[in-house]
Design a protein around this ligand. Structure first.
Ligand code: HEC
Length: 122
C-alpha cells in the first residue's frame, strides 16, 4: 500500500502549505490598530524624541538634519510636510521604506497626527 501512503503524505503537505500561506496572508491584510491620545501631538515631547531614537543616527550628517534645535526649521523650510495633504508629506511617506523599518505603527501614526494638526512647533 505504498501508493496510498504517498497520497496521504502529499495531502498532509498540501494542507500544511495552505495553513502557512493563508496565515501569512492574513497577517499582511489586517492593518495595525493604533490608539493615540486625544491630546494634540507635541513636537517637543513626541516628535523630536522619536527623531532622536530612530532617525538622527543618519540625519545629523545626512540631510535633512533632524537633530534639535534645528530640526523643526529644517522640516518646515525644506517642505517635508504638506499641510494640504498630510499623508503625502515626505516626512511621513519615507516611513514606509527602510527609514521607518525600526519605527512602530504608533510612532508613524503620531507623525501623521502631528502634521494633520498643523505641524506646530509646540
Ligand atoms: C540608515 C540611515 C537613515 C535612517 C535611520 C533614516 N534615514 Fe531618512 N534618509 C536617509 C538617506 C540616505 C536619505 C536620502 C536619500 C533618500 O531619500 O532615500 C534620507 C532622506 C530622508 C528624507 C527626505 C526625503 C525626500 O523626499 O527628500 C526625510 C524626510 C527623511 N529621510 C526622514 C527620516 C526620518 C523621519 C527618519 C527616522 C524615522 C529617517 N529618515 C531615518 C537615511 C536614513
Amino acid at each position: 500500500m505504498k501508493y496510498r501512503y504517498g497520497i496521504n503524505a502529499l495531502t498532509a503537505m498540501l494542507m500544511l502549505f495552505l495553513a502557512f500561506t493563508s496565515g501569512c496572508y492574513y497577517d499582511k491584510v489586517v492593518p495595525p490598530i493604533v490608539e493615540l491620545s486625544d491630546e494634540p501631538a507635541s513636537y517637543a515631547t513626541d516628535i523630536q524624541p522619536f527623531f532622536d531614537a530612530k532617525c538622527i543616527g543618519c540625519h545629523g550628517a545626512q540631510k535633512p538634519n533632524l537633530e534639535a534645535p534645528d530640526s523643526y526649521n529644517t522640516i518646515i523650510d525644506g517642505e517635508y510636510v504638506d499641510l494640504a495633504s498630510p499623508s503625502s508629506s515626505s516626512l511621513y511617506t519615507v516611513l514606509d521604506g527602510f527609514m521607518g523599518a525600526e519605527s512602530s505603527a504608533s510612532q508613524k501614526a503620531l507623525v501623521l497626527k502631528w502634521i494633520e494638526e498643523g505641524a506646530l512647533d509646540n
